[in-house]
Design a protein around this ligand. Structure first.
Ligand code: UD1
Ligand code: UDP
Length: 367
């Protein structure tokens, strides 16, 4: 029996990497199915290389498209692979269109689905990700919830407790596994010419923020004001979606240093030594919290409320003045919070749960 690991975007490659490593370590049978949702070198291949991940057995090369179009293309092609391969379980991670397509294809073929990072809710249905999370959770047989709070969200939606496994978030495993490697091998701060604690780090790519000229314009305005007020570099590794929209809207970055998306090992050190992180990314909110770097989230809500209640994060939205205010607040924050996302063994726990279920099925003749 084997497990199909379905992934397609930057955060899925990073957050699935601890699980892939665990399967490699155990020498168990699994394969990677890449949808090709992300395909630019800096959003895809660079992470396979840097994290030493084996190549995907399948790459569907689906590419970009409208929500339904992209998801639909994946659905049909994933189904075909699953029929050929007959895996005993499918793993998906997070909230992208790849996750929705993977979970849906598998559940209809009666293949058990494990959802890594289950139970997150922003309660904002304008986000494509919120729809994907809800649908994937309700299609899943194993819900790997990162925290007690995410478990509660699932229970409230009527998902049986026995399907839910609280095991932390694999983002912690990945960070622990790679930060020291990064520190031993590269020096991204020198390369960028910035000093520890003396720059701000920004990422923003959410559709609701950047596909709207006013929203994106406001974010850039807020960031410029911060750059002026604190007179420090504001480094913004820019997602291709944001780059495209800036060009389309004819927006200028002014004092903000926009660079291409960077590799994971460099990004981790940039996060660790930032004076402050401003982001609308899910994974970056978590990593800031784990690294004890204050974060201001450029959104009105978050599916990572643990970071806010820990004191690591505040929600500032996209108004320029609110961004400046939020930065001031977080610059004063004492960095004493605890990481709510587990001890870095999530990947191992997830593989153990699936192995135990597989063994049970074999013994009871269901396999
Ligand atoms: C997707 C996910 C989002 C996740 C993000 C991670 C959905 C609905 N969204 O958003 O949840 O946070 O990935 O980064 O699944 N593009 C490139 N090269 C690439 C990929 C994208 O140039 O390799 C550009 C294209 O212009 C494309 C746009 O980015 O149209 C958006 O890509 P898409 O995959 O639709 O969504 P993301 O914004 O990347
Ligand atoms: N990341 C990276 N390089 C960058 C920006 C982000 O390696 O230039 C990593 C980051 O460390 C985190 C993940 O990408 O692990 C977050 O992905 P993203 O923000 O694209 O997606 P989200 O988490 O919002 O779904």
């Amino acid at each position: 029996s084997s497990v199909a690991i379905i992934l397609g975007t930057r955060p899925e490659i990073i957050k699935m990497s601890p699980i892939i490593r665990e399967y490699e370590r155990r020498g168990e049978d699994y394969f990677i199915l890449h949808t090709g949702q992300h395909y630019s070198y800096s959003m895809d291949k660079i992470f396979f290389e840097q994290l030493h991940l084996p190549e995907a057995r399948y790459n569907l090369n689906v590419g970009s498209g409208l929500q339904g179009e992209q998801t639909g293309k994946m659905l049909g092609q994933i189904e075909r692979v699953l029929i050929d391969e007959e895996p005993h379980a499918v793993l998906v991670q997070g909230d992208t269109n790849t996750v929705l397509a993977g979970a849906l294809a598998a559940v209809k073929l009666h293949i058990p689905v494990g959802h890594v990072e289950a139970g997150l809710r922003s309660n904002d249905r304008r986000m494509p990700e919120e729809i994907n999370r809800i649908m994937a959770d309700h299609a899943s047989d194993y819900l790997f919830a990162p925290t007690e709070e995410s478990r509660q969200n699932l229970v409230h939606e009527g998902i049986p407790d026995g399907k839910i496994f609280v095991c932390g978030n694999t983002v912690v495993d990945a960070l622990f596994q790679n930060l020291s490697i990064s520190e031993e091998t590269i020096d991204p701060l020198s390369e960028l010419g910035v000093r520890r604690g003396d720059y701000f780090l920004v990422t923003a790519h959410r559709q609701e923020n950047v596909d709207d000229a006013r929203g994106l314009g406001n974010i850039l305005k807020g960031l410029e004001r911060i750059a002026t007020e604190y007179a420090v570099p504001v480094i913004y590794p820019m997602h291709p979606r944001t780059r495209k929209m800036m060009e389309q809207f004819g927006l200028q970055a002014g004092a903000i240093r926009c660079i291409d998306p960077i590799d994971y090992l460099s990004f981790l050190q940039l996060e660790k030594h930032a004076a402050l992180i401003l982001t609308d990314s899910g994974g970056v909110q978590e990593e800031a919290c784990i690294l004890r770097v204050p974060c201001a989230t450029l959104r009105e809500n978050t599916e990572r409320p643990e970071t806010v209640s820990a004191g690591a994060n505040i929600l500032v939205g996209t108004g320029p003045e609110a961004i400046v205010e939020g930065a001031r607040t977080m610059m004063e924050r004492e960095r004493t919070w605890e990481n709510p996302y587990g001890d870095g063994t999530a990947g191992k726990q997830i593989v153990e749960v699936l192995d135990a279920e597989d063994k049970f099925a074999a013994e009871s003749g269901q396999s």
